[in-house]
Design a protein. Structure first.
Lengths: 540, 194
């Protein structure tokens, strides 16, 4: 065994590599990006030829992973929580088809919305799909669960959902590695029809899935990740899911006097829950995200034999990430506040980088729109969403990946003409292309600005599927060549760019303006690497 | 209870090199075979926003990835205003070690003198002009190493471990870069001892 230092995200990656994975599929999204990035730069993974290229979106990633699992090999698919909305169709159906080779779906939730538009809890999806869920408490468990998750998946014949949150994904600690497991051989499913979800087959498959549920619960009862530790003080019992167990233990450095049920594998171990609820006067439920377990313990009729405390009764906040201080308060202990933040403190929100091309195109767009009136700019998800903040105040909406084009179309259908969509290159190929087809078919009077920085910028500069393909895609979908414009967003081109935008705003039909300039972060990283490589090569 | 323990909050603005400091402390911690957890910020906030990293070291296993309120032994900040953002986490004997050179990217950035005076109100403080020290060494990007050197006396690790941490982190960039950063680390320590 050897010891390494890894982020939670990297621990999952290493666990999967060591656990015999043949491929990872993913679209970047904080806080999940680092899993795939680690596999991409890992020399062991490269040597074994483990697939790790980015997918166009989470749905294509999920489907590719199902395909690899169909072929008998171990596959992993990674995404952020809202990515699972995009991949929900294949994800839910993958529970009906079942898995061939081990299939792990890693979803990174973002409670407190550090880098997201909601804080949905992916355990809901796992329960919805009737799949087993793994939820690690620390980096070692993250490694172990990825390593062992494939064999769990193969044993039950189902994909396994692995849920982490931002804090674990982006926290580093020591991890012990296990020995490398060889990849599976190519092998077709024994049941040649199980992946054909025709109603007649799906009905049978669904019954099999339902019949498996008791077995899954039984597995959870005996799982190493679900432990019930007794305690002498039974005035309170605590059920702690995933990382919240750390926040509990932080408050008991000398050991905890209360019984504690730690949960890391779902469906929840019902017998163990009965055991702790029947032996304690009161139960405190600690879970990151939504009060899912708490709600099910309470039941619709609130008929729990003992009081259940947690996020619903106000012991803990209903929203936001947990921490050891919030848990401490719920335990009735005093919180040790340090000095207050002085009055002179000001906020320092994230901002577009100085010299960023998004800034220049926003300045031109704002000027071009002056005479048309406000409220016409439908934006999307990426660095350019920061155009919502002062001094730009340049956009009016940001809902989900790709929504800029389709929302602009809907608003134009309603009579808001012209309407403008602002979308990044990577977001365009993720989910903008299909909406563009809708708009082309009706020749909707909208102007689409693809602010193309030739990378997936917000998540740290991953390769964008759009590079070199945008014009071809737009023309192929049916945008007229005379209304497909390419501009360079630079200060010196401002007046010229304003004119291009104005012309297209005045055209009653669909236009696409590609504002193309490489992300300055990606550019400087690329130059730095070039310099380093050059200096190393001159030395040797 | 353990004998060796440091709860550290590293603070600054996205892109100022906090994660490099964290990486070096991490290597040093590993060398001394101590337990640690280090959380950091990725994603949206990295774009010029306030960023922090929590670093917890102990000779017994560390539970929470985050430093609890009032438990930080050290706030090490590469930017003056950012020193104050995490004060509620400082324990009553904790140290503030910070760079005096501001990073001004918001229109309402407070007067620098007021910030430095507020920091100086806390008894255990150390304000270092790390940018100038780094510049004098001909290593403009080394001010994060200067601050780490200045704060080293308040971290439960041997100075030599931090030095070997630098060697490990910068190794692939060549010996010259390693030496430059070692110089910056030592200059920070010496400035703090003056």
């Amino acid at each position: 065994m050897n010891e390494v230092v890894l982020l939670g995200a990297e621990a999952i990656a290493q666990g999967a590599i060591d656990g015999g994975m043949s491929g990872v599929y993913a679209y970047p999204g904080t806080p999940s990006t680092e899993i795939t990035e680690y596999i991409q730069r890992n020399s062991g993974a490269r040597k074994e030829g483990i697939h790790s290229e980015w997918s166009a979106n989470e749905k294509t990633a999920m489907e590719s992973a199902i395909g690899m699992s169909y072929a008998g090999k171990r596959a992993m698919v990674c995404m952020k929580h809202v990515g699972l909305n995009v991949a929900a169709d294949p994800f839910i159906n993958s529970a009906i088809t079942g898995a061939g080779g081990g299939l792990i779906v890693v979803v990174a939730d973002d409670p407190s919305m550090h880098s997201s538009q909601n804080e949905q809890d992916s355990r809901f999806y796992g329960d919805f799909a009737l799949l087993p869920i793994l939820e690690p408490a620390d980096q070692q468990e993250a490694y172990d669960m990825a390593y062992n998750g494939f064999s769990l998946s193969e044993k039950v014949g189902l994909p396994v959902l692995m849920r982490i949150t931002t804090r674990l994904s982006h926290s580093r600690s020591r991890v012990l590695r296990m020995k490398n497991i060889a990849e599976n051989e190519l092998k077709l499913p024994d049941d040649k029809k199980k992946f054909i979800l025709l109603p007649s087959i799906a009905r049978e498959r669904y019954k099999l899935l339902l019949n498996l549920q008791d077995d899954l619960t039984e597995l959870s009862e005996n799982a190493a990740y679900n432990t019930l530790k007794d305690g002498n003080d039974r005035s309170l019992g605590i059920i702690a899911c995933g990382i919240s167990h750390n926040y509990l233990m932080e408050n008991y450095p000398e050991g905890i006097p209360h019984p504690v049920l730690k949960i890391g594998q779902y469906p929840v171990p019902v017998k163990k829950i009965k055991e702790i609820t029947s032996s304690c006067k009161e139960i405190l439920v600690l879970e990151e995200g939504y009060p899912i377990l708490e709600k099910s313990l309470l039941g619709l009729l609130n008929n729990s034999p003992v009081p259940i405390r947690g996020r619903l009764d106000g012991s803990l906040p209903r929203d936001g990430e947990l921490n050891s201080d919030l848990v401490r308060k719920a335990l009735g202990m005093e919180v040790h506040n340090g000095p207050e933040i002085p009055e002179i403190m000001v906020n320092r929100p994230p901002a577009l980088c100085k010299g960023c091309g998004h800034i220049d195109i926003y300045h031109s767009l704002i000027e071009a729109l002056t005479d048309f009136g406000e409220g016409r700019t439908f934006a999307d998800i990426g660095c350019y969403t920061l155009g919502a903040l002062p001094p730009y105040n340049a956009i009016n909406t940001c809902v989900d990946m790709g929504a800029s084009i389709t929302m602009a179309k809907g608003a134009a259908d309603a009579g808001l003409v012209p309407s403008v969509a602002v979308i990044g290159d990577s977001t365009f190929t993720h989910s903008g292309m299909t909406g563009l087809l809708d708009a082309v078919i009706e020749n909707s009077p909208i102007t689409i600005i693809i602010s193309d920085n030739e990378t997936t910028g917000m998540t740290g500069g991953q390769v964008s599927s759009a590079v070199g393909r945008i014009e071809g895609i737009c023309l192929g979908i049916g945008v007229e060549e005379s209304h497909l414009k390419i501009v360079t967003p630079l200060k010196k081109n401002h007046d010229e760019n304003v004119q291009v935008i104005l012309n297209e705003l005045n055209y009653h039909g669909i236009s696409v303006i590609i504002a193309r300039r490489e992300c300055i972060q990606t550019a400087s990283k690329r130059k730095r690497i070039e310099v380093e490589t050059k200096s190393l090569s001159t030395k040797s | 209870m353990g004998m060796k323990k440091s709860n550290i909050i590293l603070s600054g603005v996205g892109g100022q090199g906090i994660l490099t400091i964290a990486g070096i402390i991490g290597m040093a911690t590993l060398k001394e075979k101590l337990y640690f957890k280090q959380s950091e910020v990725h994603g949206m906030s990295q774009r010029g926003g306030a960023v922090q990293s929590n670093f917890r070291i102990a000779d017994t296993p560390v539970a929470s990835d985050l430093v609890p309120l009032g438990q930080a032994d050290l706030i090490l900040s590469v930017e003056p205003l950012e020193t104050l953002r995490y004060l509620p986490f400082l324990n009553k004997n904790g140290w503030l070690v910070c760079n005096s050179s501001p990073f001004i990217n918001v229109p309402d950035y407070p007067e620098l003198e007021k910030i430095l005076n507020t920091i100086a109100e806390w008894p255990n403080h150390l304000i270092i002009d790390a940018d100038k020290i780094a510049k004098d060494l001909g290593n403009r990007r080394g001010s994060n190493m200067v601050i780490l050197g200045a704060a080293s006396q308040y971290i439960c690790l041997d100075f030599e471990s931090l030095e070997s941490g630098i060697s490990a982190i910068f190794e692939r960039k060549g010996d010259a870069v390693v030496q430059q950063n070692l110089l910056a680390l030592r200059a920070g320590r010496d400035a703090a001892l003056k």
